[in-house]
Design a protein around this ligand. Sequence first.
Ligand code: PHB
Length: 359
Amino acid sequence: MDCTVSNVLFSPLKVGELDLPHRIVMAPLTRNRADQSGYATDPMVNYYSQRATAALIISESTPVSPQGVGYPFTPWIYSEEHAAAWGRVTRSVHAGGGRMFAQLQHCGRISHPTLQLLGEPPVAPSAIRPGGQAVTYLGMQDFQTPRALETDEVPSIVAQFVRGARMAFLAGFDGVEVHGANGYIIDQFLRDGSNQRTDEYGGSIRNRMRLLNDILDAVSEVWPVGRIGVRLTPENSYNSMSDSDPQGHFEYIVGQLSGRGLAYIHVLEGDMLSTARKVNYQALRARFKGTYLANNGYTFERASAAVREGTVDLVAFGVPFLANPDLVRRFREALPLNEADRNTFYSGGETGYTDYPFV
Ligand code: PHB
């Protein structure tokens, strides 16, 4: 523990199979700096290794298959070549003393035919078109109505996650985060605004959770369960998501996850598009006997108080980590933070990526 700040945010924590030196996690952040074939690039090696003092880095979303791609220039975790490209990142993070999970992603309906290999419509639990526009190589394009998966196709989604999990293992990650959040395919199954299926993957919350459970069962054959995290967003309306009973449904989901011995659940609290809160996160957390990683707009002060009061175990910082490679030091020594430049979040190139200054 540092003598300048006696703060529980800097106390170590055993998380699943990992020993974390403190509680400040780097949140997954889409940055679109891969190449067009989905390979991690040199600037990505630099960007992540600059941030190796995080307790844990959670990678940006990594599509597990061509079908799972939803944005340009995202780094895939699909082939051995993709794993090799990511391996340069993980080696560099480890050399800096860090730990890194791969966030396994399938975007489902948040994609566009021009991002799909054969120009086909993206797939989803139900043929419900999200509002708004997809980001494509041809600029912004209206979302299109996705194709509802046939019942016998759903296991292929599980297989895509398993393949991604294997590639993440080959790539030298320390674990994986299954992306069950933010309106992508698992979340599309979980929430009833996007899942109107009448087979065993729809209807009751038990059925809507089946895909996530099947993915976790299968990914647990690849990774020790103490190296698997799950991200959830009970009430985020981003990507046209809604649910008729977020509190009840997510208390069920979290309760079911509790028995698995996962490394953590990672909960984006609230709604990225509004400050209103409908969900009681402490009631949710009470259902989970394991590490609770919280995210969404936490400041150093709020995070310190939450860890001190025991309402969270770990806090993931997004924008502050993006703009401050040495965020942990700045927090520890109460130093001022760099401002983030929103214009370069997704712009490609090294400006606003690897050039934020260290103290
Ligand atoms: C995004 O690129 O907008 C994005 C990706 C993954 C998320 C959230 C947002 O979980």
